[in-house]
Design a protein around this ligand. Structure first.
Ligand SMILES: [Zn+2]
Length: 350
């Protein structure tokens, strides 16, 4: 492999990372094969009712016979931690916000969108991808109209998209999946990088079949496991709040998340995920030890479990490392494997 190979693998390997999958050859007879090496790593910078933010960092180097062309990017999922906190939690990692290429919002509640991010994204000319049902909540934030004027607010509906405004094809594709949560719902994101798939799903009262389908065969699952039912019932919270949280458009209990994951494991056959990350744990109505006692009942889940935390980042989790024949863009596989229909251009609504 070429001399810059080492530069692509800056992340320490997590214990339960399995061998990297190999690339298959690109489809299409007119495609001229090129060699590439690529990697993607995932980290939850913080998760909980005080702020949610996760990151997928990828590197990609293409050798077309005239030398390597290295590229890299960073996609943030939810912006519920302030930009300053995100910078601090990234400072010990090989990743910097200077490589930020986009951000996707599950929904616009305060624990998923910190208002300082609009200015930060404008300063960096980085787009924010948001479902049309949540755009009006974003408009209430300072500088949202300015971001819109600059073309940085990108509205999606049910369609897959590339999370970039660059004219260059992205190696990353995103497919949203609607989740039942409060009046306007939340969006799960199914990220596709080369042959690897990551599912990020938080804030839902029940797990829809479309999410279960997306999780089967994924390489990394990040799903909410919000509360212990008994602790929720015994808590000093108001009856109204308990009803909302435990209702069909509230949050997932440990047991609900566990049942969904067992189902996914059953359906995944030998292709189990490398990592299972549990998100959005309630500080009032849950504990790490209760969560572990629930999920470690399944021997397939136990060695893969990572508990995201409100106050510190998870380790960087390897999602993909591979080398071989290049595929020109992520959506080649996304269109056939993931998306119900080909991705459409994303318009900015006025
Ligand atoms: Zn939330």
């Amino acid at each position: 492999m070429s001399s810059s190979h080492g530069q692509l693998w800056l992340f320490p390997r997590a214990e339960n990372d399995s061998a990297a999958p190999e690339f298959s050859s690109a489809r299409g007879s007119s495609f001229l094969p090129q060699q590439e090496i690529a990697s993607a790593h995932f980290c939850v910078l913080g998760s909980g009712s005080s702020g949610n933010c996760a990151v997928l960092a990828w590197r990609w180097s293409l050798d077309d016979g005239h030398g390597e062309k290295p590229d890299s990017g960073l996609l943030l999922l939810d912006l519920g931690l302030s930009p300053g906190v995100v910078r601090r939690r990234l400072c010990d990692s090989p990743v910097s916000l200077d490589r930020l290429t986009g951000a996707c919002l599950t929904h616009a509640d305060g624990d998923h969108l910190h208002p300082q991010w609009l200015g930060e994204l404008i300063d960096r000319s980085v787009p924010l991808f948001i479902h049309r049902k949540h755009i009006h909540a974003v408009y209430r934030i300072d500088r949202a109209r300015e971001a819109q004027r600059l073309g940085l607010l990108r509205v999606f509906d049910g369609q897959a998209f590339e999370p970039t405004i660059s004219s260059q094809p992205s190696p990353l594709a995103v497919r949203p999946v609607a989740l039942p949560h409060d009046a306007n719902g939340s969006q799960a994101f199914v990220l596709r990088f080369r042959q690897a798939t990551v599912c990020y799903a938080t804030d839902m009262g029940t797990v829809p079949d479309a999410l279960l389908d997306a999780m089967v065969g994924s390489d990394l699952l990040a799903i909410e496991s919000n509360y212990d039912t008994q602790m929720q019932r015994d808590s000093a919270r108001s009856a109204k709040l308990k009803q909302r949280v435990m209702g069909p458009r509230g949050h997932l209990s440990n047991e609900q998340a566990f049942e969904a994951l067992v189902r996914v494991m059953d359906l995944s056959g030998p292709r189990l995920p490398r990592h299972v990350v549990l998100l959005h744990r309630s500080r009032q109505c849950n504990t790490p030890s209760i969560v572990r006692s629930v999920f470690e009942r399944d021997a397939r889940l136990a060695p893969r479990l990572v508990l995201a935390d409100q106050h510190q980042a998870t380790p960087w989790l390897c999602v993909y490392e591979g080398s071989g024949l290049a595929q020109p863009r992520a959506l080649l596989s996304c269109e056939s494997d993931l998306a119900p229909s080909p991705a459409q251009a994303i318009g900015v609504r006025s």
